[in-house]
Design a binder for this molecule. Structure first.
Ligand SMILES: [Zn+2]
Length: 247
């Protein structure tokens, strides 16, 4: 950027990057991309206008050739499209392999409970979410699973009884830290039939609170234990303190 960022801008940027670093879903390549995008949004977008994603990404992935970079960024963005993913359900990815036979027993109540040797994906018609059902190798239990699956699939194809669209459970990590970017447009460019999925909790991206400098702010800065090594405090008249030094 051509001019020095103001204390307020530095503070907003610090808050944004801290949010990414503290977000357990924002890591590895996604974090690297997020940080260069944050730099662009916070310090350059106002001057340069729209920025090309690949050009910005190149700052974080310098060793990639053009084609490899494109491939890598495409993969990153695709995996971060806000969506429902059955494998993102808590435990689902591994549960498939540890699911137990759910066939009802004849001589006792409750399901069979043997380790399953085959699985089918069933949709819950109240929530639209998926879960795995399994059966052991007993032929009558395999038959039970088959029937359950076919019944579920028939219901899935019956539009009158259609399950609701399941609430999003993955993706959207960069969007929640970088709400200034039009992610819907980006998602659509990767997945033309994408529509915003329903959300369990109204999904409000963080809104940055820019502190314009008042008495409360000075109090905050006095909490020395909490202060990071590099503290930037925008006060009245753009006072910037680094490690306690006032400039
Ligand atoms: Zn069984």
């Amino acid at each position: 950027m051509t001019r020095e960022p103001s204390g307020m801008e530095l503070r907003a940027h610090h808050k944004r990057v801290t949010g990414m670093l503290e977000d357990p879903e924002c890591h590895d390549d996604l974090l690297a991309l997020g940080i260069v995008l944050a730099y662009f949004v916070d310090f350059e977008m106002a001057e340069k206008g729209k920025g090309g994603l690949m050009r910005i990404a190149r700052r974080a992935f310098t060793n990639d050739n053009k084609l490899h970079l494109r491939h890598r960024i495409d993969g990153l963005i695709r995996s971060d499209i806000r969506r429902y993913d059955i494998d993102a359900e808590p435990g689902n990815r591994n549960r498939r392999w540890s699911v137990l036979c759910g066939a009802p027993m004849v001589r006792r109540s409750g399901p069979c409970g043997q380790p399953a040797t085959q699985h089918d994906l069933l949709v819950d018609f109240d929530t639209g979410r998926g879960h795995w059902a399994g059966s052991c190798s007993r032929s009558e239990h395999k038959k039970w699973l088959r029937e359950v699956f076919l019944r579920n699939r028939a219901q899935r194809n019956d539009s009158a009884a259609a399950a609701p669209a399941p609430a999003a459970n993955t993706g959207g990590v960069l969007a929640r830290h970088l709400p200034e970017i039009n992610w819907e447009r980006i998602y659509l460019s990767y997945k033309p039939n994408w529509t915003p999925p329903p959300e369990d909790h109204p999904w409000t991206p963080p809104v940055f609170t820019l502190y314009l400098g008042d008495a409360d702010e000075a109090d905050e800065a006095d909490e020395a234990d909490e202060r990071p090594a590099l503290a930037v405090i925008a006060g009245r008249g753009e006072v910037i303190r680094i490690d306690g030094a006032t400039s």
